[in-house]
Design a protein. Sequence first.
Length: 118
Amino acid sequence: VQLVESGGGLVQPGGSLRLSCAASGFPFSSYAMSWYRQAPGKERELVATITSGGGTPNYADSVKGRFTISRDNAKNTVYLQMNSLKPEDTAVYYCNVFYGSIRFRDYWGQGTQVTVSS
């Protein structure tokens, strides 16, 4: 399993970024995908989850109405569109899948840094 995030960077408050996660090594279209984030000195937290078919996503209360998770099963890619960014959104963002052919476990990408600052 390989998850490769991209799209992070430095953005001013109120700005937007779109993160991408390219997945391989498992049947992508059959599994829910998630985005997590971890700010310095804090625990990793769930940001958003989307089902295998792209049905109604779930979001953390802190990002509802500002972030949108989506997926393209033809491209084995999951996205996180982040609008109206705030300094408190600054974190390393990770792509995640809970998958297993014999025993299920969490798989993580390397993370992409998002910094919101003026």
